[in-house]
Design a protein around this ligand. Structure first.
Ligand SMILES: [Zn+2]
Length: 327
């Protein structure tokens, strides 16, 4: 079969049918509309197919996308719950812990402070899941911020607690003679006729009467700031001064028969420092006990606590164990 059929055209001049010469150009021009139509039809079919039917990969991605979005929404809900738990902790922190330890409350405006402008999440723009991813990111940032502030707040409280712990341990509140060894209080703080000199004088401490050799304990934690050894019948006789290192507080223990510590030594409340005697200007064995604030005496009864005999035993035992202190 011939590929191209010969074509003839009637020539009115010659009155004959003449064979038309084959032209490739004409052939192409004739074929073109058919080709375009087929191509367009094919493309339309393809698009329709793509629109109607997903490829297996697309189906997989679509279901994975759905799964991720659903789970992100669940995570977002859980973050919201955790965020409100943190708010609750923050409230307790402000109104219980910080208030108890005399710290200013941390304003919620600071606790809930934003973690940057809207630009921070700009890189998340432009996707179908942008909103949920943004929400999760923002909640996470918020929670991270609150946790950081909470952690700093607790650090502050612990530091304060350690300071307070040191102050509490240092306050010279312990009666320096064990309760069941104290015979009586011989003389109070204030003006009184001096037992030896006979003239009215200021008595700058408290006289705790006990037999000679009775242990004398430090009234609070501190450092031995001064030791005086004096066997003449004048003044404080053998005496110890303890510097408690807080609020200018120091204590003096006078008329001792023996001194059991060295200058500069650190002592704890309830630690043995000396023994009752009658050295210096004294008529009978007793402990002359002074509490001073920046060197000026105050009435020791304003500070002194008299524990029961059992409690006293426990305080002495505590003082014997090293490392009970908070730091
Ligand atoms: Zn005295």
């Amino acid at each position: 079969m011939k590929l191209f059929k010969s074509k003839y055209k009637f020539n009115p001049d010659t009155l004959q049918y003449e064979k038309i010469k084959f032209s490739f150009k004409r052939f192409i021009l004739r074929l073109l509309p058919h080709s375009i139509a087929s191509a367009v039809f094919g493309a339309v079919l393809m698009v329709a197919y793509i629109l109607i039917f997903d490829s297996p990969e697309e189906q997989l991605l679509r279901s994975e996308n759905k799964y991720l979005k659903e789970n992100l929404a669940k995570i977002n809900e859980r973050l919201k719950v955790n965020d409100s738990i943190l708010d609750n902790i923050a409230e307790r922190d402000n109104y219980i812990y910080r208030t108890t330890f005399e710290q200013d409350t941390i304003p919620y405006t600071i606790r809930n402070a934003g973690v940057g402008g809207g630009d921070r999440y700009k890189h998340l723009d432009g996707y179908e899941s942008t909103e949920i991813v943004k929400n999760v990111s923002m909640k996470l940032d918020q929670i991270e911020n609150k946790l950081n502030i909470q952690s700093l707040s607790y650090n502050e409280i612990i530091t304060e607690l350690k300071k307070k712990e040191k102050i509490f341990h240092s306050l010279p509140v312990l009666q320096p003679i064990q309760t069941n060894e104290l015979t009586r209080i011989g003389s109070f703080y204030g003006y009184r006729p001096h037992p030896i000199l006979g003239v009215v004088q200021m008595h700058t401490g408290l006289d705790l009467v006990a037999p000679s050799g009775t242990p004398v304990y430090a009234a609070g934690d501190g450092t031995i700031a001064g030791i005086e050894r004096n066997n003449t019948r004048s003044g404080y006789g053998n005496s110890i001064v303890v510097d408690h290192g807080v609020n200018g507080l120091s204590t003096r223990y006078a008329h001792l028969s023996s001194i059991e510590v060295k200058e500069g030594q650190k002592v704890k409340r309830g630690e043995l420092i000396g023994k009752v005697g009658s050295t210096g200007l004294s008529t009978a064995p007793h402990l002359h006990f002074e509490i001073m604030i920046y060197g000026a005496t105050i009435n020791p009864l304003r500070y002194m606590i008299t524990p029961t005999a059992d409690e006293y035993e426990q305080i002495i035992k505590l003082a014997e164990y090293p490392g009970v202190s908070f730091d």
